[in-house]
Write a protein that binds this ligand. Structure first.
Ligand SMILES: Cc1ncc(C[n+]2csc(CCOP(=O)(O)OP(=O)(O)O)c2C)c(N)n1
Ligand SMILES: [Mg+2]
Length: 797
């Protein structure tokens, strides 16, 4: 230890001793403020002022050390223990931390999630209000946090990969607002126990293969809640377990460093050298930070005395990083005990004040809303003394409630409306209730989707134009020509996935395009759907326009977690602050057998609220959907028809201009007797059935919904139903899946039940997976006979 101050002094290079000393004392202060935040934060929960707390106590020293090397342009993708790093980097104030702990919905107080996320979930904006990327190179960036363990891993890979593309892709050289020649490092943090997740291993492997500037910091406090390392990690040490990934001179791989979470000088030294190397070489690294403590246990939900023995608890007290920092400062004569005491007292005071300000700012608006509601209730005029007394009682109850929340206001107003009864002059009361309802809706229910200028909902339809001699070519050739033009036109676009690069995807959509547009624009990945999605998320957050491919829709399940937890919730959980314009490309519905015919659309639309779900029936329509999404900053999944690549389609002459308006169905065939609602491959089978029905004088109106999310926003299906009075919803999902969703939309949301002459139906696939072979397909998926017979039955009812 004796030489440590000399080492750090040297390593700080140009720093004068005074600067060095100030730097150390500043770090000590930030550590103390952060610790005090954790201590007071826990108290706020235990006294009922906040609902749940999770804090970064014990990890302070490692994080002030790491933050020294976090530069503008860099990205952090971490988890809920990183408050100290965030404070040290100037991304959040202690007051904002408390505002989040209280769930303050005002974005001026809590700019990361507007009270929607629990404590320690930070965010930086990446697009401006007009939808243009911000100069990300000038700010310290944070991919907004998530609670699922290791969920930050897949996107970390993409955030780091972006640097590699910016450094190597010739077309991106001029993107100097987004990258400084790929010098940006992604700082990823993870707990020791969360390294047990597959996400961690898939990411580390991919980073070792790709050679991207990813720095993974593992906070090793020995536990995942109560479960110790011996049940989590082979050999009880993640750095030992990772040994085979270690890079040698003649291989790719990762660098591995181990440091101690109480050794300030040691960590500063290793982090500085390690991060410099990552920045320069793009060789990823793991920093295994061992011997970290957790003074208050995992969260406010329990106490760690339940699972740590006396010896461990004593060890945690002895090796607490704040105690160690103080000892080190004193041993090295950097400051005196008295000087440190001043810093300690100052830190406590600052946190106390920040907490009080955050609380005041949080409760004052609620108090005002309460007093307004009380006034409105009190001033409601009723003729009946009983009703009058009841209203006064409700008002008083609300006024006297010391832990009042907004839900109590709504409850009181609702009680008051009913107490006032119909005869009263209760208009003001009712109006106020409705106004507040609307206001709270904007507070708590807005921004599931982009509400700004860059929303895909603003894109209008542009129809394809066909020249007189337009050739009819295979579907895969249409999409191939489209992608070719797209790469030439939009340099932010990159496409990748299994077999996407060299052979140009299994159905040749990208055939020849790697050769033509370069290996940094169209490229292969390993078989790793989870991190293919993560790759796409990270690239999109950094301002690129990734098309990330899932080879078959059946395998989306492997990559679904980052889509449902990260992409789909992104707008909502940041209240529109962060955008992730990712396009997931896949292909599905019918072809062959149990894992190549899937159409799990119910699963998709239920798990991906917050993304657009586009279901083209052919490749011209698919191209139009890519264009629509690319004109916006919204994420989407576009599911092409597996059996559509070899069907002939006429080639439009305006492939790059065509667009689809999302949520606007297309009437494929007009008819009078029955409305058939569907999408994708099934439409071709419906056409066959409709032709046969036509011979029985039954006229079918066939509607392609085009997109499932959003769904028929102008209620055009209802208009059709008003004409036909009969409706059937057809798709290839299981019973109760997406067809039931469409049914619900039209019957309940559009009020379609009022226009029915016969019971509406859904025709779906069987509940089992589809059997192999053409007969397997016929008897597993809806077929023309099913549709014909169901409709005949409906006509005879
Ligand atoms: C996917 C998932 N599984 C379980 C949980 C519940 N959970 C939250 S934190 C945690 C332990 C994480 O331990 P570790 O990674 O060591 O981080 P630490 O909290 O110790 O810093 C668990 C099991 C979760 N959030 N996400
Ligand atoms: Mg842990």
């Amino acid at each position: 230890m004796e030489n440590s101050s000399a080492t750090i002094h040297q390593q700080e290079g140009m720093l004068s001793y005074e600067d060095f000393r100030n730097e150390v004392l500043k770090d000590y202060r930030v550590m103390l403020e952060s610790r005090e935040t954790s201590l007071l934060g826990r108290r706020e929960v235990l006294t009922g002022k906040a609902k749940f707390g999770i804090f970064g106590d014990g990890k302070e020293m490692a994080q002030v050390a790491m933050a020294k090397f976090f530069r503008p342009g860099d990205w952090r993708s971490g988890y809920y223990r990183d408050q100290t790093f965030i404070f040290a980097s100037g991304i959040a104030t202690v007051q904002q931390f408390f505002a989040q702990l209280y769930a303050d919905p005002d974005s001026n107080h809590e700019p990361f999630s507007s009270g929607r996320q629990m404590s320690s979930h930070f965010t930086s904006p990446n697009f401006d209000t007009r939808g243009k990327t911000l100069p990300l190179i000038q700010q310290k960036n944070v991919a907004t946090d998530m609670a699922p363990t290791a969920a930050q891993m897949p996107r970390s890979l993409g955030l780091a990969l972006a640097s590699k593309l910016f450094r190597n892709s010739p077309v991106l050289k001029d993107q100097t607002d987004l990258s400084d020649n790929g010098n940006e490092v992604c700082f990823c943090t993870i707990g020791d126990a969360s390294t047990s997740e597959g996400h961690f291993w898939e990411t580390v492997n991919a980073a070792g293969v790709l050679q991207v500037p990813l720095a993974i910091f593992i906070w090793d406090d020995g536990y995942g809640i109560s479960v110790p390392k011996k049940y989590q990690t082979t050999k009880g040490s993640i750095s030992a377990a990772l040994k085979g990934f270690q890079k040698r001179n003649d291989t790719n791989g990762i660098d591995i460093y181990t440091v101690k979470g109480w050794d300030y000088a040691g960590m500063c030294e290793v982090f500085e050298a390690g991060l410099d190397k990552i920045r320069q070489t793009h060789i990823p690294a793991v920093f295994h930070v061992e011997e970290i403590t957790q003074p208050q246990g995992h969260s406010t939900s329990g106490s760690h005395e339940r699972y740590k023995d006396a010896e461990r608890l004593q060890w945690e007290r002895d090796w607490d990083c704040i105690k160690k920092m103080k000892e080190w400062i004193l041993e090295n004569n950097i400051a005196t005990e008295d000087e440190l005491e001043v810093i300690e007292e100052g830190a406590k005071e600052i946190v106390k004040q920040s907490r009080s300000r955050a609380w005041e700012e949080y409760v004052n608006p609620i108090k005002e809303e309460v007093s307004k509601a009380v006034d409105v209730i009190r001033s409601t005029i009723v003729n009946d003394i009983e009703r009058y007394n009841e209203l006064q009682k409700i008002a008083k109850g609300l006024e006297m409630n010391r832990d009042v929340l907004r839900r109590d206001i709504m409850h009181a107003l609702s009680l008051a409306i009913h107490a006032a009864g119909k005869a009263a002059f209760a208009d003001d009361l009712i109006n106020y209730y409705n106004e507040q309802k609307k206001y709270y809706k904007s507070v708590y229910n807005s921004y599931l989707y982009n509400q700004g200028a860059s929303s895909a909902m603003r894109v209008e339809a542009t129809e394809p134009v066909f020249a007189n001699d337009a050739p009819a070519i295979n579907g895969y050739e249409i999409i191939n020509r489209y992608f070719d033009q797209l790469f030439a036109h939009n340099k932010q676009v990159v496409a990748f996935g299994e077999d996407v690069g060299f052979i140009g995807d299994v159905n040749q959509g990208f055939a020849g395009l790697q050769e033509k547009h370069g290996e940094y624009r169209v490229f292969d990945t390993g078989i790793r759907e989870l991190t293919i999605m993560g790759q796409g998320i990270g690239l999109a957050l950094r301002g690129l326009r990734p098309i990330a491919e899932i080879q078959y829709l059946d395998y989306l399940v492997y990559g679904l977690q980052p889509l449902t937890d990260d992409v789909a919730t992104l707008q909502y959980r940041t209240k529109g602050v962060q955008h992730c314009p990712l396009i997931v490309r896949s292909r599905g519905h019918r072809l062959e057998g149990i894992w190549h015919s899937g159409s799990p659309m119910g699963m998709i639309i239920n798990s991906l609220r917050g993304m657009h779900v586009c279901v083209p029936r052919n490749m011209v329509q698919a191209a139009a959907m890519y264009n629509t999404i690319l004109k916006s900053n919204d994420p989407a999944i576009i599911i092409e028809c597996l059996n559509g690549y070899r069907l002939k389609e006429k080639l439009p002459s305006n492939l790059l201009e065509i667009t689809v308006a999302l949520g606007v169905p297309e009437i494929l065939k007009e008819g009078d007797d029955i409305t058939i609602v569907s999408y994708g491959s099934t439409l071709r089978i419906i056409q066959d059935a409709a032709n046969r029905l036509e011979q029985h004088q039954i006229s079918c109106e066939i509607i392609d919904v085009q997109t499932l999310l959003p769904f028929d926003i102008h209620h055009s299906i209802l208009e059709s139903l008003k004409k036909t009075n009969r409706i059937v919803f057809v798709d290839e999902d299981v019973p109760g899946g997406a067809a039931a969703y469409m049914f619900n939309k039209v019957m309940e949301e559009q009020g379609g039940y009022r226009w029915l002459d016969v019971a509406p139906r859904t025709i779906t696939a069987k509940p089992h997976r589809p059997a192999y072979g053409s007969d397997g397909d016929y008897f597993s998926k809806p077929n023309a006979e099913d549709i014909f017979e169901t409709i005949m039955e409906m006509m005879n009812e």
